[in-house]
Unconditional design. Structure first.
Length: 108
């Protein structure tokens, strides 16, 4: 019997390179999200006093499966953040639902 049982193998660790010009990050206070049948496009922008219009500073294009993984990772990290630091309050913003047409009250 061989020791090559897949149940005993550990997943390989991903080695990532982070270049200095990327490591400093990009400030964004606005995100625009669009999609097609094959891609999600996330445009990160910033709007600051004195700027005539928002400036897109970064664009990330994701396959739908990766967009859903990103959503799950963000939800998990927000939950951990709020557990450690308290609830994130967003002032003057009505509560949103996932439903695309509001509260689901049917009208004819």
């Amino acid at each position: 019997m061989s020791d090559n049982n897949n149940n005993n193998q550990r997943p390989a660790q991903l080695q990532m390179e982070l270049k200095p010009e990327i490591a400093s990050g990009v400030y964004s206070n606005l995100a625009l999200i669009s999609h097609s049948h094959s891609d999600f496009v996330l445009d990160f922008a910033r709007i600051l006093p004195g700027m005539p219009k928002p400036e897109v500073c970064s664009r990330v294009i994701l396959a739908p499966e990766h967009a859903k993984r990103l959503l799950a990772a963000l939800q998990e990290n927000i939950m951990k953040y709020e557990h450690e630091f308290g609830k994130i309050e967003i002032p003057n913003q009505p509560q949103r639902t996932i439903a695309p047409f509001g509260t689901g009250k049917g009208e004819a």
